[in-house]
Design a binder for this molecule. Sequence first.
Ligand code: SF4
Length: 366
Amino acid sequence: MIPNFDKNKKTFFTQTLLHWHATHHRPLPWKGEKNPYLIWLSEIILQQTRVEQGLPYFEKFKEKYPTVTALAGAPEDEVMKMWEGLGYYSRARHMHAAAKFITHELGGIFPKTYDGIRALKGVGGYTAAAIASFAYNLPHAVVDGNVYRVLSRYFGMEEPVDTTAGKKLFARLAQALLDESQPGRYNQAIMDFGASQCTPAAPECGACPLRERCLAFEKGMVNSLPVKSKKRERKTRFFNYLVIRQAGSVFIKKRKEKDIWRNLYDFPLLETERLPEKREDLTGSEAWQQTFGETAWRLARISQPFKQELTHRKIMALFWEIEAGASFEPPQNAWLKVRQDGLSEFAFPRVIGLYFRQKFLPLEIF
Ligand code: SF4
């Protein structure tokens, strides 16, 4: 049973939303797109990314890989480099894997059913519903943060949106509200409404066409909905990057381990429990000893701390700029020695990009 739901309220909601959308939709390059590959590309890019930030990435991916087969045939490092700066790199890895699956297992034909789309790597219920409704007009309602917000406010629902029961309830309500004769248009309308009218911090209730029946507005609950049951605790990790220079080259490595930023490149890393307070905290450590052994090194500079916020983690990174002697050998085969002017060929996490930028010239980092 969905609270505060009746046929009149549904009809008013659905029709008002579609009417609003006729004059308020935001023209974006993927709007009205029927090619499932391009819709998928835009949806993956826009997961956890603002439209303004994602737009240039969509354009450059579309140009470089106009078909799913073209994306499948690209080297992984190239795809990661194209994705650089967008964050949440597992999206790029999964997208690339799914493109290969479509190309090699499905004969290059994008799946045409909700279940087929949902089975692709990296595609959740929201993305599958978006692709199915936009490309094939299939009746699947999208449910994301925008939809939770609009529905919880309009129907005055205080059920937490981050519990299993709450998610099921909102999914049922979203599906019940869907205009099955035009699911693509309806889905686009509710997404746009949440993104530009019923926004998280400053909803435009004064000019809202749903206001007369909006329970959150009536009860003065706009700012307390939607409800979340738990606040996320963000753990901080402390990274000490060793920027080891040797005769105009620098050592980097590919992140292979099952951890954040897999398949991106970074510098040799010593992770600590907290930021070192003095240089000896690190240079006197066993890990440092294992890295340099008896070879000569000179610590040229320690950077200021750089910060990167992730969904579940905060990263604090220091960059230890070190001149290594000619006899220095990397302790791990996986390290790559690259010319400093070749660093821009590799995809690095954002926190390293911040460090490069502070140096002004990424190609000459010393
Ligand atoms: S009245 Fe305010 S809270 Fe209610 S739907 Fe409109 S913008 Fe959202």
